[in-house]
Design a protein around this ligand. Structure first.
Ligand code: HEC
Length: 187
């Protein structure tokens, strides 16, 4: 009798352990598939073309894979907006990370998970609100062109989370992107 009770107990413990395991594995699988979906969305929505500095490759300028998604390089100093003659209204830097237009000069953000200079400390809610409202962190100044925040903000919550999960999974790069500059006419 004692023996059979302990067998039942052992079986119960084993069943609990394996059902915990199943839950753990499921959580891992859905986390991995969210990151995978995020990778796909980030590629399809071309985030890297603007958020990765260009370097000169054998076939011309191309995103520098060693600085993937790290934003406008802090070493490339830009202190004023260029003066453009009509009919020209916009200009982009050689790195493809600084943009001048009627809004002044905007610099693409560091989207890597670095705590100090990137998305490291952003919560998912802040990321989602920024994309949905077009305001910095969802509550600050307006996010400037050419960031397509309306397009990114039209993703459903699951896809936005996938983009966020993927961005949190790429290698962190420390690179402090400068604040935007006012338009030439306001300088
Ligand atoms: C056409 C160029 C371009 C593309 C494509 C682009 N971005 Fe941006 N992004 C920018 C620029 C420029 C800024 C800086 C805007 C500013 O300082 O107001 C920015 C800023 C951001 C910010 C900071 C927002 C804030 O609250 O300050 C996030 C987050 C972001 N981009 C994510 C993305 C993601 C994710 C994608 C792809 C799904 C993407 N971007 C595609 C140009 C781009």
């Amino acid at each position: 009798m004692i023996r059979s009770t302990s067998v039942v107990l052992a079986l119960a413990v084993a069943a609990c352990a394996s059902s915990n395991l199943a839950v753990d594995t499921r959580a891992k699988v859905s986390e991995t598939s969210s990151v995978e979906r995020g990778r796909y969305l980030v590629q399809a929505m071309d985030c890297a073309t603007c958020h990765t500095p260009f370097t000169m490759g054998p076939n011309g300028p191309e995103p520098d894979a060693t600085r993937f998604l790290s934003g406008h390089p802090e070493s490339v100093k830009i202190t004023s907006a260029p003066k453009l003659d009509a009919p020209w209204g916009m200009a982009g830097s050689m790195t493809n990370t600084a943009w001048a237009g009627p809004w002044g000069v905007s610099f693409t953000m560091n989207l890597t998970p670095d705590d100090e200079t990137g998305l490291g400390k952003w919560t998912f809610d802040e990321f989602q609100m920024a994309m949905r409202t077009g305001r910095h962190l969802g509550r600050g100044r307006p996010i400037l062109p050419p960031m397509p925040s309306q397009a990114v903000g039209s993703l459903n919550e699951e896809d936005l989370r996938a983009v966020y999960d993927y961005l949190k999974s790429v290698p962190a790069i420390k690179n402090r992107v400068p604040d935007p500059l006012p338009p030439a006419s306001a300088q």
